[in-house]
Design a protein around this ligand. Sequence first.
Ligand SMILES: Nc1ncnc2c1ncn2[C@@H]1O[C@H](COP(=O)(O)OP(=O)(O)OP(=O)(O)O)[C@@H](O)[C@H]1O
Ligand SMILES: [Mg+2]
Length: 319
Amino acid sequence: METIIRVENLRKQYKSGKRPAVDGVSFEVGKGEFFAFLGPNGAGKTTTISILTTTLSKTEGTVTIAGYDVEKEAANVRRNVGIIFQNPSLDLDLTAEENIRLHVSIYGVYAYRPFYGMMPREYKRRIEELAEIVGIHENLFKKVKGFSGGMKRKLEIMRSLMHKPQILFLDEPTQGLDASARQSLWAYLQKIRKEENITIFLTTHYLEEAEEADRVCMITHGKVAVLGTPDEIKHKLLGDKSMRIDAGDRDALREELNGMQASYTEEEACFKVRFQGQTPQSIVSRLKTPLTRMEVHQQTLEEAYLSLVQQSQNERGAI
Ligand SMILES: Nc1ncnc2c1ncn2[C@@H]1O[C@H](COP(=O)(O)OP(=O)(O)OP(=O)(O)O)[C@@H](O)[C@H]1O
Ligand SMILES: [Mg+2]
């Protein structure tokens, strides 16, 4: 896969900071990848995103975005990225369309014209197309003041996509949105991803939003703690997958499990059977003893994350 983001040994030391906010971070993201960048409050996510999108200078390291160096070729980097900031940045007294018009002219995509009707046809086409996908078509010419949080987020996403960026950076895009607004925003992002083959770089504290990511990078205290596919990360932090089964005739079940050399531990009211590399069905289908209980434990990124944060707190505590 073609590499679109390359970060090598990135460090950021804020003048007022005791420790570096980002401390030797390296990773690569492939073109079209959905990359989730996770970590606790203060881990260094926004600092990293700000450097990658040229809004903050780095102390050390190399960063290339779409082949361009973030410092030497900042204008080219900006042309290739869209950013949704952690804190909303819309002018509430302007209409949705005016917010977009202002933004694209500041970024030099289209020259500013005082009326929508005077803007180039291509601008209008792009606005119509995106407004349709996001579902704020009917509110395009209304003041943002009356928009809900979800509509504002959608407008920001739309605005960030006007110049057809190759990479979309989203810093906690769904913060403060209710479950249904989050879901509809995600449906829209998936659609955009498919239609525009865009690379997504996401930070979020809603871990379930990262379950679908191609790869996940978890950072703690400015350093990469784990990097891999969601499955790899779960295995690394949580160990083998398992299920719990039980039977009225526990002796018979134990004998069968021993006979098939299953890896299991006996708990108070059940057997915990590990099945890494197999499916639960492949084990259960070989059992003849009637089961009274069967629960497959689905590992989640949230559990993996909590276990990582716990580890990192213990390590810090030990220093
Ligand atoms: N402008 C600044 N000046 C000094 N220190 C800063 C500045 N911005 C952030 N920091 C510090 O750098 C560290 C990383 O902050 P950052 O905002 O990157 O974290 P984050 O991972 O985005 O956290 P959150 O999940 O809360 O958004 C924190 O210790 C923070 O206090
Ligand atoms: Mg942040």
